[in-house]
Design a binder for this molecule. Structure first.
Ligand code: ADP
Ligand code: ZN
Length: 757
């Protein structure tokens, strides 16, 4: 029986206060409970986050958190609710995160107790709908708003997008609610409650196929999951299945079995808005059987989020589907966790606590004793290595369902395909090789559909020679050098190696050696010109603001109203369109040139994923990959659909350079407004860190970050490599959390970083 508890106030999770447990609360389950406690001359609401067994612990803990020993320990006034609000496992999870990711506990608690839950407005069941007042003389409005910029923008937004959900518009336009309200006060718009649509996918667009008889590989995958589910301490399972091999069907069956055992299921997908088909298949299968599903997505209003949380907390929802943060869904009766497309980098949160949804899922499964299934056609090297080392179990689906074959992948060497025109100085080079154009025409003639994929990810900072494809690499690190345009230098962000930027290509001497990028818009334009009779739609984050635009376009494509879909990685994921028979990749090199040791892995994954979009129906598919580096391993292994070959050779490369996953890594970033001061602070602080960690880790840097300046902050990196993370985190945590930094300096620590920019 605990004598004392540690309580965090509901309104500021970053403080903690200790209270005594009065005799009448003995025997109550207090961990995670919502409580009322005295605070100064009033009372506040808080959550119990830790049980303290004796006074000694209290003193020590108080010292640890830097406060003086309290004079008097006051008692809890009241426990609210019959059961703790926070499931025990989630509290443990938050504590583990705080330690592992070197993050303040408050930040981790915010993950498990979202703001919507803490500042709850229960019963908020309606959403607000906004539309322009009808029959208004629209031309007169801007003048009326001449002195109200935000209102003018809100008005323009409404003109462009039409009526819609206020919460969505505030979210998408980033125009504060005050501006919208003012428009309503001026009688320009009407804001009124409207029965809300509970989720973005109210009607199941995909009819349930009722489930297929599983093939042998699917059956053994399912059997493995079943066996693990029955164990007290199950291992995580990596489900490596090629695109179209029926992984989703395996998930669905595993969930069915979990429900039959009386347990609930949690499914993580990379991004709800970008995986509508996957979500729709879950809904199609289960809603028909009246099994309640909660879908957590970023368009929920505060009230809806609160409602969903309560549904889940009270055990009403049997299946929860959501993106990264859904890993904290407050389920108490969890039976299985599924992480679809586990290799996706969107599982990594780029703000404190910088957690990785997949890894937190694995930890949660471990804490709750339930199996975690990680599915992918192109597993991350991290997961692949874990499987090879026996930390995860491995199950494979090597064939597409039925007798569908993998598409043939043609690699088009742009240096040859576009020969004679590229080298003309100052001219706009063609984007599509004649062979690709011909193949697209052939498919269009047969009324089949085409996807053109442009990897525009990141930014244009590495140099690639348009003539020979050469990219300058660091002599010490085997990563491409980053082009610092202002300084006209090439810099390695891992080791600080630095050379003046060459004006001619160092390999072939070409004298127009500069970066030339091609965005999706330019590609769309080129495709419009090349295929004047085709119906074309572009899909990227600029053209697709808001879930409806995205959904509408996908439905139109699905209904055959669009012939060619042009887009970024947005269209590379999990989509299933049986009539797509050709996929073109405009330039596979864009990502290869990124200054990141995972560049090659990303290109491989993306090529395999986009290739997976075609040939899913009766007709065999075909993929064209345009590149200036046709012999890059990522491209060659992708061409042969050889995941293992790629993984093995890439692991060798990581091993030789001691990069993750062979070694673990932590990235520390200093940011400051003053260039000199930032460099100085980074150097001093890095020195201190290296002394502290001693032989436990190797440090690279501090070096200027590849994106040296963001929003007027200069950035310095220290990249730490070590065999294990936890010992290092334990050492770094106090230093990072307690150090006092100057006003204009920011320091962040990223354990297992994904973005190294
Ligand atoms: P993946 O998730 O591995 O890309 P999917 O689960 O989307 O593959 O399966 C691709 C298609 O094959 C879906 O339309 C699915 O309904 C169907 N399918 C799955 N399993 C089988 C099976 N055993 N027999 C026939 N069709 C199947
Ligand atoms: Zn280097």
């Amino acid at each position: 029986m605990p004598l004392f508890v540690r309580v965090v106030p509901e309104l500021s999770l970053d403080k903690a206060f200790d209270y005594a447990v009065p005799a009448d609360l003995e025997g109550r389950d207090l961990l995670g409970a919502k409580v009322r406690v005295p605070f100064g001359s009033r009372e506040i609401i808080g959550y119990v986050v830790e049980l303290l067994d004796n006074v000694a612990e209290l003193t020590e803990a108080s010292e640890r958190s830097g406060r003086r020993k309290p004079l008097r320990i006051r008692e809890i006034a009241e426990v609210l609710g019959a059961r703790p609000v926070i499931p025990r496992a989630l509290l443990q999870l938050a504590q583990w995160m705080s330690e592992y990711y070197c993050a303040p506990l408050a930040n981790c608690l915010k993950c498990i107790l979202p703001e919507a839950v803490r500042r709850a407005q229960p019963g908020y069941l309606q959403r607000l709908w906004v539309e322009a007042v009808p029959n208004l003389d629209v031309a007169l409005v801007p003048a009326q708003l001449a002195r109200a910029k935000a209102q003018r923008e809100a008005w323009a937004w409404l003109q462009e997008h039409g009526p819609g959900w206020l919460a969505d518009y505030i979210h998408e336009s980033r125009i504060a609610s005050a501006a919208w309200k003012s428009l309503a006060e001026k009688n320009l718009v009407v804001i009124r409650p409207l029965d809300k649509e509970r989720s973005p996918f109210t009607e199941a667009a995909v009819p349930d196929d009722g489930g297929h008889a599983l093939n042998d590989e699917q059956r053994s995958a399912l059997a493995l999951i079943e066996v693990e589910s029955a164990r007290p301490r199950p291992k995580s399972i990596l489900l490596h299945g090629v695109t179209g091999s029926g992984k989703t069907e395996v998930y669905l069956r595993a969930i069915e079995h979990t429900l039959e055992r009386g347990r609930d299921a949690l499914v993580l997908v990379p991004e709800i808005a970008l995986t509508p088909q996957t979500v729709e298949r879950f809904r199609a299968r289960f809603t028909g059987r009246k099994i309640p599903i909660a879908v957590l997505h970023s368009h929920l209003s505060t009230g809806e989020r609160h409602d969903q949380w309560q549904q889940i907390r009270t055990g009403k929802a049997r299946i929860v589907i959501g993106a990264r943060s859904a890993v904290f869904a407050p389920m108490e009766n969890l039976g299985i966790v599924i992480v679809d497309e586990e290799h996706e980098s969107s599982y990594k949160q780029e703000d404190t606590p910088h957690y990785h949804g997949r890894d937190v899922a694995v930890m949660r499964g471990h804490l709750e004793g339930v199996p975690v299934v990680l599915g992918s056609a192109t597993p991350s090297l991290e997961s692949y290595m874990n499987a090879m080392e026996g930390k995860y179990l491995l199950s494979r689906l090597t064939k597409r369902v039925e007798v569908r074959v993998m598409p043939i992948i043609h690699v088009l060497d742009l240096r040859r395909e576009l020969k004679g025109e590229v080298v003309k100085k100052g001219s706009k080079p063609s984007l599509l090789a004649p062979r690709l154009v011909e193949a697209v025409n052939a498919r269009l003639a047969q009324k089949q559909q085409v996807i053109i994929f442009l990897n525009r990810r990141g930014y244009a900072t590495s140099l690639q020679c348009p003539q020979c494809g050469h990219t300058e690499m660091c002599p010490h690190c085997s990563v491409p050098l980053t082009y610092h345009r202002a300084a006209q230098r090439l810099v390695c962000h891992l080791c600080d190696h630095l050379v003046p930027a060459p004006t001619r290509c160092p390999q072939c001497g070409f004298d127009d050696y500069k970066y030339s990028g091609a965005g999706t818009e330019r590609v769309e334009e080129a495709i419009d010109e090349t295929f004047p009779n085709a119906r074309i739609a572009r899909m990227d984050s600029d053209s697709m603001r808001g879930k409806d635009a995205y959904r509408r376009t996908l439905h139109a494509f699905s209904d055959g109203l669009i012939d060619i879909l042009v887009g970024t990685q947005m269209i590379a994921k999990g989509l299933h369109f049986p009539n797509v028979t050709l996929v073109g990749v405009v330039n596979a090199d864009l990502a290869l040139g990124l200054p990141d040791f995972r560049a090659s892995e990303r290109v491989f994954q993306q090529l395999m994923q986009v290739a997976g979009r075609c040939g899913r129906g009766e007709v065999e598919g075909e993929v064209f990959v345009q590149t200036r580096t046709p012999f890059a391993p990522a491209i060659q292994f992708a061409r042969h659909h050889d995941y293992d070959g790629f993984a093995e050779q890439e692991l060798d490369f990581r091993r030789s350079l001691e990069y993750p996953p062979v070694q673990r890594s932590i990235l520390i970033t200093w940011r400051g407004r003053d260039e000199e001061k930032t460099r100085y602070m980074a150097e001093q602080s890095a020195k201190q860190i290296m002394e502290l960690v001693g032989a436990e880790a190797e440090g690279l840097g501090p070096a200027p970050a590849p994106i040296y300046k963001i929003k007027d902050y200069y950035r310095y990196h220290l990249f730490l490599r070590a065999a294990r993370v936890m010992p290092l985190s334990r050492k770094l945590r106090p230093l990072m959390l307690e150090a006092e930094w100057p006003e204009d300096m920011r320091v962040s620590i990223d354990v297992d970083p994904v973005m190294l920019l």
